[in-house]
Design a protein around this ligand. Structure first.
Ligand code: M6R
Length: 625
């Protein structure tokens, strides 16, 4: 939720690369994190200048273009923000940055929620500070400003203010009396530093500055960082200097965060999936044995596990549901999948022998982070399956396995979903190897089939025209159902989620066997129903049961859109459309059958004229509970 950018540098002298431009460029990269409003603050002629607008970044750009004062800034620092609204509606006034201090001598941008803001606000109002907005963030602005008046030092002011805030926050501040400095603080909300040559950056994630530098520094929990063009200093909220911040090089280049000729990031990311899964699998086999060295965990811990709980949200939870089928089948370990926000509050049975697997593309989803913390408090070990290096969930877990699928910008998750499933397979096979549930030649055979999947994904992508046509035809549909069994069930859930979130069409995913227990009442003449059919070469009964389910809905007038393996002729008599995918093992089909559904949603939303990358009401990373 919300994207934050900070910049300190010398670029003011170069045309078209003033701090305000650098900040806007960073915002453009972070807009996927929220797009209710956007704003920027610079220090210009010893004054804090703020420009902000409700709506997307384009509105801010237009406002800046009209206001020569802001565009011709000669200042050396900028902070900027793109918002996903929590406290207060998406208006110009509630947009960030917020001014603080009696003379508006400071500006702040904030990501997160300040839980004690009402108390702080009452105290600050009693002290004569005037509030313009309904936001919790404005309280932080005045608080830092008040501390600055008392201490005369922006770092110390931020440290004192941050230490008295409750909740989750990343805060960035600039002050007219420190015109070369951006100071930031974080608790439970992401913040990274980009280390440039004579310039430095701050961002909610590395996308904010990857155009300018690939060197990054992780900022830890409860830390304050002070950034100028030539210096980065970090202290804890206790005032102690931090000298061991982890520095790393960003693996992907700036082009990865651009559309590369596709009409949307979502379309691009769908078409990157063959390479993405290949990258998740890359280098994991050595001499016929699975090596997950990146996941630094004592094998004896894995041998002692008697239960696995997968915690995740949204698409990541659907990937977790696939993991359950694989892990229970290969490892015979009871595996539960739980929405992270439900897990913590139901007093779950978690012991030292429980392995919690937290799946998160961003590594910042607050619900998942809280589940991780709760599990560790109960003594469980936690492995994070994550895409974003340096993010909070892997850092707070006992071990991490990264997806390596590159940056995912579109709000609707696609390539990360496939990467998550592939990583779950790796984890399941590794557990089976360590615990001796499968023979080495069985693992080698499974890995060999898994390594065929990227080519098979490419085949599905290369034959997308049928689904694209279908999507165009169905752009006026008001309800679409999705059915599947086994790993086809999470695929059905994921197909429905994609359609809901980007095309705003009522969609439901069901376990096909559940249909007759109620949902079949929804089926009437012409109702579109996607059915994901398992391989006829797997367990025969599973395949034939799904074919029966197709017949059941067709008999009631449904338009049946069947995703089936090449050569599966049994479905043909009952299908209005058959969408073919290459043959693979039943378990691995989850990496193929979802792709037509992703393409369907993307095409349909585009045909409706919707912004598929920035669907209404959503943001990419949900960093509030
Ligand atoms: O970053 P995470 O994987 O933790 O995000 C979890 C969900 O918020 C995310 O998958 C969401 O459901 C997507 N918008 C789905 O496309």
């Amino acid at each position: 939720m919300c994207g934050i950018v900070g910049y300190a540098g010398p670029k003011a002298s170069a045309p078209s690369s003033r701090p305000v431009d650098v900040a806007l460029q960073g915002l453009a990269r972070l807009e996927y994190r929220g797009y209710d409003s956007a704003g920027v603050a610079v220090i210009d002629d010893d004054a804090v200048r703020v420009t902000k607008r409700a709506g997307k970044l384009a509105n801010l750009r237009e406002a800046l273009a009209k206001s020569s004062g802001s565009t011709e800034t000669t200042g050396r620092v900028a902070i900027a923000h793109t918002r996903w609204a929590t406290h207060g509606g998406p208006t110009d006034t509630n947009a960030h940055p917020h001014l603080g201090g009696h003379d508006h001598e400071l500006a702040v941008v904030h990501n997160g929620i300040i839980e004690n803001f009402a108390t702080l606000r009452a105290d600050l109002e009693a002290d004569g500070f005037r509030f313009a907005s309904e936001t919790d963030s404005e309280a932080a602005a005045h608080l830092v400003a008040r501390e600055m008046t008392q201490t005369g030092d922006l770092t110390e002011a931020m440290r004192r203010a941050a230490a008295s805030l409750e909740g989750a926050f990343t805060l960035l501040a600039v002050h007219r009396d420190a015109p070369d400095t951006v100071v930031a603080a974080r608790r439970n909300s992401p913040l990274v530093v980009g280390l440039g040559d004579g310039e430095n950056f701050l961002g909610s994630d590395v996308a904010a500055f990857v155009d300018s530098t690939k060197e990054a520094l992780e900022i830890g929990q409860d830390q304050v960082v002070t950034v100028t063009a030539d210096d980065v200093r970090i202290i804890g909220f206790d005032g102690a200097e931090v000298t061991d911040a982890a520095r790393y090089t960003i693996e992907w280049d700036a082009a990865a965060a651009q559309k590369g000729g596709y009409p949307s990031f979502m379309a691009k990311e769908i078409h990157e999936q063959a390479g993405a899964v290949a990258d998740t699998l890359l280098g994991r086999l050595e001499n016929g044995s699975l090596k997950l060295d990146e996941m630094d965990i004592d094998p004896s811990v894995l041998r002692s596990v008697d239960k696995i709980v997968v915690v995740a949200c949204g698409t990541a939870a659907n990937a977790g549901a696939v993991a359950k089928y694989a892990i229970e089948h290969w490892c015979r370990i009871p595996t539960e999948v739980e929405l992270a926000h439900e897990f913590r509050y139901r007093d779950p049975v978690v012991t030292e022998k429980t392995l919690v697997v937290a799946i998160s593309q961003s590594g910042e989803t607050m619900d998942t982070l809280m589940a991780v913390r709760h599990a560790r408090e109960q003594g469980a070990k936690v492995i994070a399956l994550c895409n974003t290096r340096g993010s909070t969930i892997p850092r707070e877990s006992d071990a991490a396995l990264y997806l390596h699928v590159g940056p995912e910008i579109a709000v609707a998750s696609t390539k990360a979903y496939l990467g998550q499933i592939a990583a779950c397979y790796l984890l399941g096979l590794f557990l089976a190897q360590v615990r001796g549930n499968l023979y080495p030649d069985e693992i080698a055979a499974l890995m060999s089939d898994l390594e065929q999947i990227p080519d098979q994904i490419q085949q599905v992508l290369d034959s997308s025209s049928q689904v694209e046509r279908l999507a165009q035809d169905m752009k006026d549909a008001t309800s679409v159902l999705f059915l599947g069994r086994h790993v086809g069930y999470p695929t059905a859930m994921e197909g429905a989620l994609k359609l809901k979130e980007i095309a705003y069409i009522h969609a439901e995913g069901f376990a096909a066997g559940e249909l007759k227990h109620g949902p079949i009442a929804l089926v009437e003449e012409g109702q579109p129903v996607f059915v994901i059919v398992p391989s006829p070469n797997g367990r025969h009964s599973l395949h034939s049961k799904v074919v029966s389910n197709i017949q059941e809905v067709r008999a009631r007038g449904a338009r049946t859109l069947v995703i089936a393996e090449e050569g599966d002729d049994a479905v043909v008599p009952y299908a209005d459309e058959v969408i073919r995918v290459p043959a693979t093992r039943t378990l691995f089909a989850a990496l193929l059958t979802v792709i037509p559904l992703q393409i369907f949603s993307c095409e349909l939303a585009t045909a409706k004229g919707l912004d598929v990358d920035q669907p209404r009401n959503l943001a990419k990373s949900v960093t509030v509970e």
